[in-house]
Design a protein around this ligand. Structure first.
Ligand code: XMP
Length: 502
């Protein structure tokens, strides 16, 4: 064992002062249920006053809500990533999926519900409706720009043009709208001007053209007016959803891993998650070094660790965000090996290290990953210093989560929540060729009921957070992180008192 990442005495002093300021014990590690929050004098008159859940996770990059979807195969799929980003959170395609599937997800997230589509899908007028449908299905979209041989737009095949048509042999040119008048605009038009044209002519799509009249990009009414309907949506400021990529580290970080990062970088990712169960390792160090050498400006979220020494090492190597949590998660059994410290202390200690590094220069961030059971745990993770939380169990029961639903033997509609290191997940990876052998499982799979849509579930979580924040007298997540403070640890009778009511 090397002690080169041990904390110095000064660093430990800093961590202990930080814990004391937060009201957390310095002589033992605690988790969410150990630490109740006392109510405080509040000038919040009613809960609807609280609406600011925004949080910074990179310099100049805020999420509308402090929630990242667990990058697990059963949780994060195309629909759930889009759905959580619509609500203001973030979704990352799981690194365990084959690259091809991750790239397709990134492509489709980029095209989903966005205002400005840079390389819109096109079709020729002489193609059949059947061919158009194939293309639309492949990319999960509902309309195409019709272009002539010079790539000039001549019409739009939109939902209303094909939805009621039963003959797939019909030609696109006989179905497309805009045959008499197609509105187009210059590629340099502003969002406001495009919005005016769309509004005035009550059209849904506006092709933008270069000076030769060739198709450059596309503005969509749905996307342009999106902010009105989804004010917190996680956009890139140019009318598209943010895209985040993922990569594992393997036994060694090989040129093939780097090629995977390159392919995702070409899709315009804003952030890369380096995802490994054991991030405080030489494997991760080499991975960060290789990626930093090739993409020095690509922000990195790296995890997981539970010890503050791990956070220190990851920040030293170049991580911008450290993801904390070994074994607290609902499907985790890694603690059966004895490894991992209770989550609230793990988060707070790593947050203390992030604060230290931020004070020395660039701002660094913490994501608390796993063990979040309710809105109160999110509030506690943020008070401990997390900039965002990552949750799987809270969202597996959404209609949109990636796992298929089925009716179980009790007649309940459920989904299978599959731990990434469970036997079940390992078998599936063996089948897809992304794993070489089955290891002792460190996770499990369990049935969870389907409880509602992502919007409903997120809405309930925010309501719970609102309530807590009103008791604490804070009006924003940023204020919560700054002012929140724990009470003394509670006894098991104290925990029972609050949770016994079934
Ligand atoms: P929650 O509590 O939100 O936890 O459901 C989700 C997190 O759990 C981690 N995870 C695992 N940890 N074995 C583990 O020890 C596993 O099989 C496993 N699968 C997921 C992961 O960090 C996830 O975000």
């Amino acid at each position: 064992m090397s002690d080169k990442y041990e904390l110095t005495k000064n660093e430990w002093d800093h961590v202990n002062v930080y814990l004391q300021q937060k009201g957390l014990p310095v002589d033992r590690n605690v988790t969410f249920d150990d630490m109740p929050l006392p109510d405080r004098y509040s000038e919040v008159r009613s809960r609807p006053e609280i609406n600011d859940f925004s949080t910074e996770i990179l310099p100049g990059f805020e999420l509308g809500i402090p929630i990242i979807l667990a990058n697990m195969v059963s949780v994060a799929g195309l629909r759930s990533i889009i759905a959580i980003q619509r609500e203001g959170g973030l979704g990352v395609p799981p690194q365990m999926l084959p690259l091809r599937e991750r790239l397709e997800m990134l492509e489709r997230v980029g095209r989903a519900e966005c205002a400005h589509i840079y390389n819109p899908l096109t079709i020729g007028p002489e193609k059949t409706l059947g061919e158009a449908k194939q293309l639309m299905n492949k990319f999960g979209i509902y309309s195409l720009v019709v272009v002539n041989e010079e790539h000039r737009p001549i019409g739009i095949l939109s939902t209303r043009d094909w939805k009621y048509e039963t003959d797939d042999q019909k030609l696109v040119q006989d179905l497309m709208g805009g045959r008499r008048k197609l509105y187009t605009a210059s590629k340099n038009i502003s969002f406001e001007e495009a919005g005016e044209i769309l509004r005035k002519h009550r059209i849904e799509k506006l092709p933008l053209v270069d000076k030769h009249g060739r198709l450059d990009s596309l503005m969509t009414a749905h996307g342009l007016f999106y902010k009105h309907h989804h004010p917190r949506a996680t956009g890139d400021g140019k009318g598209q959803f943010i895209k985040a990529g993922s990569i594992g580290v393997g036994k060694r970080f090989t040129p093939d891993h780097l090629k995977e990062v390159e392919a995702q970088a070409r899709k315009g990712i804003r952030l890369l998650l380096i995802d490994t169960a054991r991030a405080f390792s030489i494997n991760t160090k080499e991975a960060i070094e290789a990626i930093k050498a090739r993409f020095p400006k690509l922000p990195l979220m790296v995890g997981n660790v539970s010890a503050p020494e791990g956070a220190k090492a990851l920040f030293e190597w170049g991580a911008d965000i450290v993801k904390v949590g070994i074994g607290p998660g609902a499907p985790c059994t890694t603690r059966h090996t004895g490894i991992g410290i209770p989550q609230l202390s793990a988060v707070a200690k790593s947050a203390a290290i992030a604060k230290l590094y931020s004070e020395r220069g660039t701002r660094r961030y913490i994501v608390a990953d796993g063990g979040i059971k309710n809105p109160g745990d999110i509030v506690k993770a943020i008070i401990a210093g997390a900039d965002a939380v990552m949750c799987g169990g809270l969202f597996i029961g959404t209609v949109e989560s990636a796992a298929p639903s089925y009716i179980n033997k009790d007649g309940l509609r459920v989904k299978n929540y599959i731990g990434s290191a469970s036997f079940h997940a390992q078998s599936e990876r063996m089948g897809s060729g992304t794993l070489d052998r089955i290891r002792r499982p460190e996770g499990m799979a369990k049935e969870m009921p389907v409880i509602g849509t992502m919007q409903e579930v997120t809405g309930e979580i925010l309501d719970g957070m609102r309530s807590a924040m009103s008791y604490l007298g804070v009006k924003s997540v940023k204020e919560l992180r700054l002012k929140g403070r724990f009470d003394l640890p509670q006894s098991s009778a104290g925990l029972y008192e609050g949770t016994k009511k079934k």
